[in-house]
Design a protein around this ligand. Structure first.
Ligand code: IMP
Length: 194
């Protein structure tokens, strides 16, 4: 079975391909297909945005699609950046801009800065809608550490660890992450429903 993953984010796509490897489900990202469509995520929740991405891409290719909308929620910032995680520091901002903005906003708050990553994963094939959520709790630190991963990985230490996700290796992130959890459950639901 072939599935399109509705993302151009290379970091996400490598993670999800690894999660599906060996399952008999082959995953292609929009990046692999050379499609740089800009899907407007006008939803107010991760769930809404995930289905917007999946249905937009399904309407183009008419083949099964998986999508995820994900982001970081920081307690002391009332859940921000949340659904605005990708463009938190403004249009065309870099991951570093976003990290610096978060570090700056948290300067006025006492540590620990509790946070969680959330991934809302969905599947859509024109008929079936399957969904699943995964979370990774942790804290935000006041500096960027490590080289691996993407997004807010350099400022996020998962609960129970003393390293940022960027200091952990790819395979390890892919065992504990919010996306690993949401897609692992999505995969099981997908294989067991018809
Ligand atoms: P999306 O592609 O609209 O779901 O935006 C997700 C954004 O949330 C990314 O651009 C990152 O800023 C952030 N994000 C989501 N998952 C992760 C992760 O695993 N590590 C670090 N940042 C993440």
């Amino acid at each position: 079975m072939k599935i399109i993953f509705a993302t151009q984010n290379k970091g996400k796509s490598e993670e999800v391909k690894a999660i599906f490897s060996g399952s008999g489900i082959e995953v292609f990202s929009l990046y692999d297909l050379g499609n740089n469509i800009d899907i407007e995520e006008h939803g107010k929740t991760f769930r809404e945005n995930a289905f917007i991405k999946a249905k937009t891409v399904y309407d183009i290719y008419k083949v099964p699609v998986v999508a995820d909308d994900s982001g970081l929620e920081i307690e002391q910032l009332d859940g921000r950046p949340g659904v605005y995680s990708a463009r938190y520091a403004g249009d065309n901002c870099t991951y570093m801009d976003n990290n610096l903005k978060v570090i700056d906003e948290l300067k006025n708050f006492p540590e620990p800065h509790k946070a969680k990553f959330i991934s809302y994963a969905v599947y859509y094939d024109g008929r079936r809608e399957i969904e699943s959520i995964g979370e990774l709790p942790g804290i935000i630190i006041n500096e960027m550490r490590g080289k691996n991963g993407f997004g807010y990985d350099p400022v996020f230490i998962p609960d129970g660890f003393d390293k940022t996700i960027s200091e952990l290796d790819f395979d390890f992130k892919n065992k504990i992450s919010h996306r690993a959890k949401s897609f692992a459950v999505l995969k099981v639901k997908l294989i067991s429903t018809d």
